[in-house]
Write a new protein. Structure first.
Length: 68
């Protein structure tokens, strides 16, 4: 589905960019051009970042002891 109509950016492109390391709306703007024209897609684009961050924070790291 198109998220940013102005720049023809799809949800898949945003997901791939976030998975590749984008972690802010500024990163998405620089790499894809999302939310650089009218800005009406910025909230939805940001939700992909929030969803990815929430998913990563739920990763289980039990059983790994890290000592400095």
């Amino acid at each position: 589905m198109f998220v940013c109509i102005c720049n023809a950016v799809t949800d898949r492109e945003i997901q791939e960019t976030v998975a590749a390391g984008a972690n802010s709306l500024g990163d998405l703007q620089a790499q894809l051009g999302v939310a650089t024209c009218c800005g009406s897609c910025s909230e939805l684009a940001t939700s992909f970042l929030n969803g990815h961050n929430a998913q990563n924070s739920n990763m289980v790291t039990a059983g790994i002891n890290v000592q400095a």
